[in-house]
Design a protein around this ligand. Sequence first.
Ligand code: SR1
Ligand code: MG
Length: 419
Amino acid sequence: MNSNTSYEALSVDTLPQRLKDVPALVQHVGPDASGWHVQEVGDGNLNLVFIVSGSVGKVIVKQALPYVRLVGDSWPLPLYRAFYEYHALTRQAARDPGAVPEIYHFDEAQALIVMAFLAPHVILRRKLIAGEKVAGLADFLGRFCARTAFRGSELSMPSPDKKADVALFAGNVEIPAITEALVFTDPYFDAEMNSHTDGLGPVIAQLRGDAALKIKVQKMLQRFVSNTETMVHGDLHSGSIMSTESDSRVIDPEFVQYGPMGFDIGMLCANFLMAYFSQPAHRGADLSGYQEWILQVIADTARSFEAEFRHLWATERTGILYPASLFEDQGHDSAAACDAVLAGIWHDAWAVCGIEMHRRCLSLAHNADFEEIADVALRARLEARNLSMGAELIHTSDTIADAQAVCALARNFNRKDVL
Ligand code: SR1
Ligand code: MG
């Protein structure tokens, strides 16, 4: 395909003809496009995703649509998000090698990325709903969050490079605007695209009537839009992770932006907590064993994050922040400084965690963990626990001791019937 031709959405029928001369497809799928098999598998909210198979192998072709797929063409969305996703993937690959799928080809005009087909990986959310464990998950995710947070910040990067990157990604305006609205704002008023499970009215009224809570959420939004600490994935939920029983990768960073270092790990923990609270609807006899495994993943992810962050602090602190010239070179241990930076990260993370727990039940784009619960009364009861714990996290984010305390809180709310 000539990348200078104007954008046109691919289809199962047109893809082979249009991509037949792209070297990456010839190499990874096979030279004879007439023998390619194309399947559209996109089940996300925004894009087209194709699996293309041939005599040599398979690739993923992901193409942005000029509108929000979930809503339709009444909500236009710029194609340039593929450009930012591509640049996010290249940076994540450099900062945590092997953590994201290999990119074979990028076509800016067609807003498409050709990347490695991951097999037999499936979306982690599906595994959590099915009650399947993933070995090494917490170590991988904690490391990924720590490496991308640290190596994308001025703790590590030369300041001019980091500032150039902030400027580059600042062009991604409409995508963060989705997060600013759907995550931070819409849950707390009667926004047009909101929806919620019948029966949650009293819990929602309590959240929206809590001015102190809304101040804390807005304070976090203020940090989200104005704090350019590091390049964040921006949408790190269990639908943005693909796993086998022992291997995981992170996908889909089109919500990339520069933001607070605690944003990704906070959103991630929220999605584990929602998986945890939804389990009674998905599991039979083995309920507590699997729920406890999810909490262990949260605690271990936090442990892995801290361990890797401290390691990078000791070995890769080459940026302008907390330089050795002010600490080690003068005989001062910088461990207390590292502790303080980590404490700030966790304060943000737990606030983001609570907010994400709210938005997935109240604004547009709910998650399957709860949405697939057919029994509406049960769904409301489980979502109410989740919403209440979210509020507690937002209120107490600055004083939560550690991830173990969050897990203890989750056990308490899991026993509480708020409705
Ligand atoms: C309109 S987009 C809604 C959600 O889908 C994406 O995957 C993000 O999670 C976003 O918030
Ligand atoms: Mg996505």
